[in-house]
Design a protein around this ligand. Structure first.
Ligand SMILES: *[C@@H]1O[C@H](CO)[C@@H](O)[C@H](O)[C@H]1NC(C)=O
Ligand SMILES: *[C@@H]1O[C@H](CO)[C@@H](O)[C@H](O)[C@H]1NC(C)=O
Ligand SMILES: *[C@@H]1O[C@H](CO)[C@@H](O)[C@H](O)[C@H]1NC(C)=O
Length: 259
C-alpha cells in the first residue's frame, strides 16, 4: 500500500521540487536590511572610519569606477547585508574583491544580462569573504577560501596567493591580481581587481548536497521505502538532476543503491 501512495508521478513531483529548490539561500545571514542610509559619501581617509557607519556603496562610489559592481551589490541586497553586519562591530568583518567597470566590460557581450538572478547573486557573493584580510595575510591564508557564494569550495574555488606586496587570484576560470587597496579599516577591506571573478558554480548553477541530504537519509536507511522503490527513486533523481544539469552529489556513488 505504501507503493501505491508513492506513485512514480508523485515521486517525480517531489524530485522536481527538490531539484528546483531555490539555490543559495542557506548562507544568507538573516540580516534585516536596516536603514544604514549614509548616501553622502563623506570624505574619510581610507585607513580609518571616524563617525557614522561604514557604507560599502559610499566607499565604492567614491572611487568612481565600480558602478556595475555597486549595481550588483544593490540588486542582490548584499550591500545592506554587509552594512548591517559591519555595524555590529564584533563581527569578523569582510574582504571584498571589487572588479572595475572595465573588468565587467571585458566579459563577453551580454554575459551579465544572460545571467539569472541566482547567477547574479552567486557572482556577487563570490567576490565577498566574511572575514577581514590584509594584503600581508594573503601570504598565509589557507586556500581555497570560503566566499559567501557557497559553503563548499568545489564549485566556487577562490585561491588567493600573496607575497606581502603582490597578490594573485585564481578561480580555475580566471587568473588575476589585486590592483590596489580601495579601502581598509581593520574591519572591511576592499581590493580592486581588473577582472571579474568567475567560477564554475556561477556558469552552471549546481545544487548542493544540503537539499538532497535529508531525502537521502530517508531513502538509504530504508526506514520509509522498500529497497526496490528506493532504487527506482534514486535512478529517477539521477535522471532529473542530469536533465537540469545538476551535480549528482559525489558521496552518493558510494552507496549500494547509487551508480
Ligand atoms: C603572480 O603571478 C605572476 C605571473 O604568473 C608571478 O610572476 C608572480 O610571482 C605571482 N605572485 C605571487 C605572489 O604568487
Ligand atoms: C612580490 O612579487 C612581485 C612580482 O612578482 C615582486 O615585484 C615583489 O618584489 C615581490 N615582493 C616580495 C616582498 O617578495
Ligand atoms: C591560470 O594559470 C594557470 C597556471 O599558471 C594555468 O594553468 C591556467 O591555464 C590559467 N588559466 C587561465 C584561465 O588563464
Amino acid at each position: 500500500m505504501m507503493q501505491r501512495l508513492l506513485s512514480p508521478t508523485l515521486l517525480l513531483l517531489i524530485l522536481f521540487l527538490l531539484c528546483t529548490t531555490t539555490y543559495g539561500q542557506s548562507l544568507a545571514p538573516a540580516a534585516a536590511p536596516s536603514g544604514a542610509t549614509t548616501t553622502s559619501g563623506q570624505s574619510s581617509p581610507p585607513t580609518s572610519s571616524p563617525s557614522g557607519p561604514t557604507d560599502i556603496n559610499a566607499i565604492l562610489g567614491k572611487a568612481g569606477k565600480f558602478t556595475t559592481f555597486i549595481g550588483l551589490l544593490k540588486s542582490t541586497q548584499m550591500d545592506s547585508q554587509i552594512n548591517s553586519e559591519l555595524q555590529k562591530k564584533s563581527k569578523p568583518g569582510f574582504t571584498i574583491f571589487a572588479p572595475t567597470d572595465s573588468a565587467f566590460s571585458d566579459l563577453k557581450t551580454g554575459t551579465l544580462n544572460s545571467y539569472t538572478d541566482e547567477q547574479k547573486a552567486a557572482l556577487t557573493k563570490f567576490h565577498v569573504l566574511h572575514s577581514f584580510l590584509t594584503i600581508s595575510q594573503f601570504q598565509t591564508v589557507s586556500n581555497p577560501l570560503h566566499t559567501e557564494a557557497a559553503a563548499n569550495t568545489e564549485e566556487f574555488p577562490l585561491n588567493v596567493i600573496g607575497n606581502g606586496t603582490q597578490v594573485n587570484i585564481t578561480t580555475g576560470l580566471v587568473n588575476t591580481t589585486v590592483d590596489s587597496t580601495v579601502y581598509s579599516d581593520g574591519q572591511l577591506a576592499v581590493y580592486e581587481t581588473p577582472q571579474v571573478l568567475l567560477a564554475q558554480g556561477i556558469l552552471s548553477p549546481q545544487h548542493r548536497h544540503l537539499y538532497l541530504q535529508s531525502l537521502r537519509m530517508l531513502l538509504l536507511r530504508q526506514m520509509i521505502l522498500p529497497g526496490r522503490l528506493a532504487l527506482l527513486l534514486i535512478l529517477l533523481m539521477q535522471h532529473v538532476c542530469a536533465m537540469h544539469q545538476l551535480q549528482y552529489p559525489l558521496e552518493w556513488r558510494y552507496y549500494p543503491y547509487g551508480c
